[in-house]
Write a protein that binds this ligand. Structure first.
Ligand code: F6R
Length: 246
């Protein structure tokens, strides 16, 4: 696992977007795994800017997102589909017929998870998976527990995740769903390359566990140590608790 500490979120977004843009330009029909939340927003902005300068086209990429809230349809401003449309897809030439999402409104969750799993396999696998990390060490919505999940599944969100994300729902007078569908750890680990972004003091504890802790489902992100190609981008605040002699 390569750990890179940068001055700020802007520097991180430049480095992360460069890797993604290079991937898209080097392989026609690249398969990209995207994350939502605050961590990747600046990176998406840099990709949009590169698109506007004609330095990259997203027309032929296939995309998979990590997760979606149960009960929210694509038009809901707090759905992760809406987030991606608003923060990246709708501002570039992404072909929505190649955008893949877990459906939060699927009648049969199990069948929906199986469908998504098949789609990932049929795509040939994810070339680059972008990740954030929860304050509790989750990746995707793989919450701390006693085992790692392989494929996509329905998850009951922890209080920590609800506390971190409920502000987005409260802002529009809604209550945050308690369940989500998420890619499993296996899906994430099968990605050829992984980039994780963590910024801010609130992530420092989870980052310390990720970098210096043992691999354990109690901090799901620690599994990334077993992957051959992971780059972790940190700002000074999120790296603050790391041992100096690392
Ligand atoms: C989002 C996701 C989550 C977030 C994590 C960090 O699709 O899967 O794991 O990456 O909760 O969220 P932010 O970036 O908002 O701090």
């Amino acid at each position: 696992m390569k750990v890179i500490v940068m001055d700020n979120a802007l520097e991180i977004s430049k480095a992360a977007s460069d890797i993604i843009i290079k991937q898209v330009n080097n392989k026609h029909g690249s398969v990209l795994g995207f994350a939502t939340g605050a961590s990747p927003v600046e990176t998406y902005k840099r990709i949009i800017e590169a698109y506007e300068r004609n330095e990259v086209s997203l027309k032929y990429i296939t995309t998979f997102n990590l997760d979606e809230y149960v009960g929210l349809d694509r038009e809901n401003v707090n759905s992760y589909f809406y987030f991606m449309k608003d923060n990246l897809f709708g501002k570039t030439d992404v072909d929505f017929s190649r955008v893949n999402f877990l459906s939060g409104t699927a009648e049969n969750m199990e069948a929906e998870c199986e469908r998504y799993s098949q789609k990932i396999k049929e795509s040939g696998g994810i070339d680059i998976q972008l990740l954030g990390i929860g304050t509790n060490g989750h990746i995707g919505f793989n919450e701390p527990g006693d085992k790692f999940a392989d494929g996509p599944f329905a998850v009951k969100l922890t209080q920590s995740t609800i506390d971190s994300n409920k502000k987005y729902f409260e802002a529009v007078g809604d209550t945050m769903p308690e369940y989500a569908l998420t890619m499993g750890i296996g899906d994430i680990m099968r990605s050829k390359k992984i980039i994780l972004i963590a910024t801010g003091e609130s992530k420092a504890k989870a980052v310390k566990e990720l970098v210096e802790g043992e691999v354990s489902p109690a901090c799901p992100a620690t599994i990334l140590k077993l992957h051959a190609d992971v780059t972790v981008f940190l700002d000074k605040e999120s790296a603050a608790l790391l041992s100096k002699d690392r």
